[in-house]
Design a protein around this ligand. Structure first.
Ligand code: AMP
Length: 266
């Protein structure tokens, strides 16, 4: 497995592989079974599998959220190697955002609803870094998780609007035995906080907006940012909650989740 830190290295490494298909799995690291399912799909469908490993500062609002994001490159590289990744692109922030950087991609409407209300600029950061990764890697297919349904919708819109030549592949949400969707942020939860977080998947599993709202409203240890039905492809019942934390200086861990309401569960 090749590890590249610069855009020039990625381009040079991939040049001999362009006659075959290239799959890209963008990640922010702290790999878990959700990421591994994307890597597995890419490995099965593509000749060359590229994983990006970049905690994108542009999609974090508050510095402390960025600072508390779990990082474990050694573990991530080992997991990527085991999953059969051919090339990991792990750039510095300066490589992706050189001094004077000022070019942004904004998916205006889809980026400003739901999570966009609570995280202004988040989807601008996501769309920008994903477009840049597409341009660096030039993948035939790119793999994303249904866990981040609004992110998928924003990227789908961007691909369509900008006529990008990449096939979007979306894989189902991977959950722990207790129903909690796997997330790098779960490791920030203490045992009692994790109990409280369990209300989120239980509420969404009702697949009913009013029942989900009622369940979350009466749950301990949580602040609800939103519970909404989103007219995505496929439609989802989506929610975001903040689990109150006694350990974190900023007081909470924010979790998002969704369930598909109709159509293809992927
Ligand atoms: P992240 O590292 O959090 O940016 O996630 C990288 C990719 O993994 C995104 O496409 C996520 O949607 C996807 N992902 C994260 N958690 C899960 C999960 N529990 N199940 C499936 N995909 C996931």
């Amino acid at each position: 497995m090749k590890i590249c830190r610069t855009i020039a290295e990625v381009r040079a490494e991939l040049a001999p592989h362009r006659s075959g298909s290239i799959g890209l799995v963008p990640t922010m690291g702290a790999l878990h079974a959700g990421h591994l399912s994307l890597l597995r799909a890419a490995r099965a469908e593509c000749d060359t599998v590229v994983m990006s490993l970049f905690v994108n500062p542009a999609q974090f609002g508050e510095a402390r959220d960025l600072d508390s994001y779990p990082r474990d490159e050694e573990h991530d590289l080992a997991a990527a190697g085991e999953a059969g990744v051919d090339l990991v692109f792990a750039p510095s922030a300066e490589e992706m955002y050189p001094p004077g950087y000022q070019t942004w991609v904004e998916v205006t409407e889809l980026g400003s609803i739901l999570d966009g209300v609570f995280r202004p600029g988040h989807f601008r950061g996501v769309a920008t870094v994903v477009l840049k990764l597409f341009e660096i890697v030039r993948p035939d297919r790119a793999y994303f998780g249904q866990k981040d349904a609004q992110q998928v919708e924003v990227i789908r819109r961007m691909i369509h609007d900008l006529a990008l030549e990449v096939e979007l592949r979306v894989l189902p949400t991977v959950r722990d035995a207790d129903g909690l969707a796997l997330s790098s942020r779960n490791r920030l939860l203490s045992a009692p906080e994790r109990e409280h977080a369990g209300a989120l998947p239980r509420a969404l599993a009702t697949k009913d907006l009013h029942a989900a709202r009622a369940l979350l409203a009466q749950s301990d240890g949580l602040e609800v940012d939103y519970v909404e039905v989103a007219d995505f492809d496929p439609p989802v019942l989506a929610a975001a909650v903040r689990v109150r934390s006694t350990r974190l200086t900023h007081g909470f861990t924010r979790l998002i989740d969704n369930v598909v309401l109709e159509g293809d569960p992927t």
